[in-house]
Each structure stands twice: as structure tokens, then as C-alpha cells.
Ligand binder design. Structure first.
Ligand SMILES: [Mn+2]
Length: 303
């Protein structure tokens, strides 16, 4: 459920390959297909099992891709639970399901695992499969930006996709174009009201319910906002408070290198990763701000 580009691209690449081997493939995903870059693929996927799907379950195998736990497939889990299940994944945690597993947490995308599976059978990805694998890889790696040292194996795999005809330029356009003007204007509003505190180490912005509704939640582009602000010189912590419900706030925290965002969010009942985390507050944006600012000030003064 709530799939990203890697989940969708990996599913379609594997499905194309299995179809090429003469297998009959059906795609499932509960959705929603909220991310702009995957919307065009939504029509390939069933959101649940039909009566006919259930009738054919005994002769079928389920392959779960890019999910670290079975509950990540949402309501489909009930139908998949008693099926023979294969798992292909690259998450480092979770996972207590699956009869056959192909899991490699050091692989930057599930799609590159699908590519290795295809190659291990002595085959090469077709152009279409290559494009799905590249698309999935590019969305999970921020178009190569999240790759560090020791990523040569990934580049070697991707080189083969380009050799098969996948165009990085076309893939980039597919992933990044098509944004709405409203989403840029929304971004402008949030950037315009950014406050800089504690010698520029802390950036803060916010929005109220009325603004959230007037720009439309589908026009939200949080990734761009975080990216723009985390590039600002000297910033260590970014906090965005949003009035998602009347009188309640949702906080998003991003940190650069020193401060653990997950630990910081945990102090307000939330959680997440070292660089990205979030929390929900029963207080208004203004009250939440008053609660969080002193904690951040103390953290920064100890640096
Ligand atoms: Mn992934």
C-alpha cells in the first residue's frame, strides 16, 4: 500500500520478465497511487483479490516486492497469508514472512535485485524491463544522489540498462516533470515564511489548515521543500509544523549530520530515521512550537 516508484517499477519489471517466460501474471497493490510519478501505472494493478483470483490461489505464487513486513501490503495480506510467498526486498529491518527470500539491504533498490534475478537466469532485461528497473532505481536513489562510495556494482548494473536502451534523460523527465503550478506556489509560501534561529542552525516553517486545504494536499511537495531548505548554509535542523487537523499539529524534522532526527521526534511521541523523522501533537501549531523550540535550542547549544 501507498507504493513508491521502486515498488511499482520492480513489480512491473518482474511481471514483464515472468510473462516473457510464459507465466501468467497479475499485479496487486492497494494504493493509493498518490505519488505523481507512479500515477500512470495505477491501471496495471488490482487493489484486491476478486472471487476468481481467490479460486486460482492454489495454483499461484505470491511475490511481495519492496516490503519489509507483510502488513505493508495492507488488506491484501489476508489473501496472501496462506499462499506460497516469495519476498524480494532491500530494507534492513522487519520481515518475518515469506517461503523464499531474496533480500539484500546493501542494494539501493529492489529493482536492481530483480535485474540480478533476471541475469542469474542467463537472460538480459528487455528495453521495457530496463526502463522499469531504471525508473525504480532512480526514484529510490534520488536519481543517484543517495549513492555513496562502494556503489560501483550499482553503476555496473545500471550501465546494462542503458545499454538495453533506457535513457537517463527520459527517465529524469518522467520522474520530475508534470508538477502543478499550485505545488510551486505552495512551496513559495512555505519558503517565504521560513524563520532562521540559533545562528542559522535551525530553520522553521509552518502552515495552517486553511492553507493546506486551499493549496490541496495532492499539491504538497515535501521532498522539494526539505531539499531546498537542507541545502541552506549552516543549517542543522529543519522543522515543519502543519495543522493537519483543527488544533493539532504534525511535525516533520530533517537533520543534517550531527543530530538524530528520530531521537528528537521520539521526545514528542514520534519517531523515524536518523536524518528524517516526524511526530504528531495534540497541541496547536503555536503551542507545539513553544514546546519544541527550547528542546532544539538546548540540542544546538550542546554542539
Ligand atoms: Mn525500495
Amino acid at each position: 500500500m501507498d507504493p513508491d516508484g521502486d515498488c511499482i517499477g520492480s513489480s512491473l519489471a518482474l511481471g514483464e520478465f515472468l510473462t516473457r517466460l510464459g507465466k501468467s501474471v497479475q499485479y496487486f497493490n492497494e494504493g493509493p497511487f498518490g505519488r505523481r510519478e507512479i500515477k500512470e501505472f495505477a491501471h496495471f494493478f488490482h487493489s484486491g483479490f476478486s472471487r476468481e483470483h481467490r479460486r486460482n490461489k492454489d495454483s499461484a505464487v505470491a511475490v511481495v516486492l519492496d516490503c519489509s513486513t507483510l502488513d505493508r501490503i495492507g488488506s491484501l495480506a489476508d489473501d496472501v497469508a496462506d499462499m506460497t510467498t516469495a519476498v524480494i526486498d532491500h530494507h534492513s529491518s522487519g520481515r518475518d514472512f515469506g517461503d523464499v527470500k531474496f533480500i539484500n539491504p546493501s542494494c539501493p533498490s529492489t529493482s536492481l535485485l530483480v535485474q540480478q534475478l533476471i541475469e542469474s537466469l542467463g537472460e538480459k532485461p528487455t528495453l521495457k524491463e530496463s526502463e522499469y528497473i531504471f525508473f525504480a532505481f532512480a526514484t529510490d536513489t534520488g536519481f543517484f544522489r543517495h549513492l555513496g562510495e562502494n556503489s560501483q556494482a550499482s553503476f555496473q548494473l545500471v550501465a546494462k540498462l542503458v545499454e538495453a536502451g533506457a535513457s537517463p534523460r527520459r527517465m529524469y523527465e518522467q520522474i520530475s516533470s508534470g508538477v502543478s503550478l499550485e505545488s510551486r506556489q505552495h512551496l513559495g509560501m512555505l519558503l517565504n515564511r521560513v524563520e532562521s534561529h540559533f545562528q542559522g542552525k535551525f530553520l522553521y516553517t509552518w502552515e495552517n489548515l486553511q492553507e493546506i486545504n486551499s493549496y490541496g494536499r495532492t499539491n504538497r511537495d515535501s521532498d522539494s521543500l526539505y531539499q531546498q531548505l537542507m541545502n541552506v548554509e549552516g543549517v542543522e535542523i529543519l522543522l515543519v509544523l502543519r495543522e493537519e487537523e483543527p488544533g493539532k499539529a504534525a511535525g516533520s524534522i530533517r537533520t543534517r549530520e550531527v543530530i538524530d532526527a528520530g531521537k528528537l521526534a521520539a521526545r514528542f511521541g514520534g519517531g523515524g530515521h536518523a536524518r528524517a523523522a516526524g511526530f504528531l501533537s495534540d497541541l496547536s501549531v503555536e503551542e507545539t512550537r513553544k514546546q519544541v523550540f527550547p528542546v532544539i535550542e538546548k540540542l544546538l547549544s550542546s554542539l
